[in-house]
Design a protein around this ligand. Structure first.
Ligand code: GDP
Ligand code: MG
Length: 162
C-alpha cells in the first residue's frame, strides 16, 4: 500500500513563490518527502516526461505547448511517499482544470483559469503543479527525475501515527 509518486512544481508555481505553501500541503497530510530538488530541464528531457501518451489523450498541440512551457524556468521535483500516495496526492492537487478544481485543492486555491482560456491563448492550462496519474506513470517519472542516491528511506514522526 505504500507508494511513491512524483510532483513537479511547474515554472509558474516557482515564479509565483508558491513552493513553501505547496510543500506544506503534502507535509500536513503526512506524506513523506523522499526526494527533492530544483531542476531546469531541456526539451529532450521534457519529451521523456510528457511522452507521446499525452498527445494521444490531449492532442499533439497541447503536448508541444507543454514541452515548451516546462523548460521556461526551473521546476521543483519532489518524490513523495505514503499510503496510496498516488491517489492521495492527486486528491490534494485537484483536477486538471483550475476553474473546475474545488477550493481546498492546490489547483482550486491558487489558480482559476479554464481550458477555454488557455486554448484561446495557445498555452497549456496553468495549473501550478504536476502529479503522477497512476502506478505506471509514477514509476517512470520517479526514475526519470531522480537517481537512486537522491531517494531516501527514513522514518518520520508520521510513521508512529499510521
Ligand atoms: P494532469 O495529469 O491533471 O496534469 O492532466 P494531463 O496529464 O491530462 O495534462 C497535462 C497538462 O496539460 C495539464 O496539467 C495542463 O497543463 C495541460 N492541458 C491538459 N489538457 C489541456 C487542454 O485541453 N488545453 C490546454 N490548453 N492545456 C491542457
Ligand atoms: Mg497527467
Amino acid at each position: 500500500m505504500q507508494e511513491r509518486t512524483l510532483v513537479l512544481i511547474k515554472p509558474e508555481g516557482v515564479q509565483r513563490h508558491l513552493v513553501g505553501k505547496i510543500i506544506s500541503r503534502f507535509e500536513d497530510a503526512g506524506l513523506k518527502i523522499v526526494g527533492m530538488k530544483q531542476v531546469w530541464v531541456d526539451k529532450e528531457f521534457a519529451k521523456k516526461h510528457y511522452t507521446e501518451d499525452i498527445a494521444e489523450r490531449r492532442g499533439e498541440k497541447v503536448r508541444e505547448q507543454l514541452l515548451n512551457y516546462i523548460i521556461e524556468g526551473p521546476v521543483i521535483a519532489i518524490a513523495l511517499e505514503g499510503v496510496n500516495a498516488i491517489e492521495n496526492v492527486r486528491k490534494i492537487v485537484g483536477g486538471t482544470e483550475p476553474k473546475s478544481a474545488p477550493p481546498g485543492t492546490i489547483r482550486g486555491d491558487f489558480a482559476h483559469v479554464s481550458f477555454a482560456y488557455a486554448d484561446a491563448k495557445n498555452i497549456p492550462v496553468k495549473n501550478i503543479i504536476h502529479a503522477s496519474s497512476d502506478e505506471k506513470d509514477a514509476k517512470h517519472e520517479i526514475k526519470l527525475w531522480f537517481n537512486e542516491k537522491e531517494l531516501h528511506s527514513y522514518k518520520t514522526i508520521q510513521d508512529f501515527f499510521m
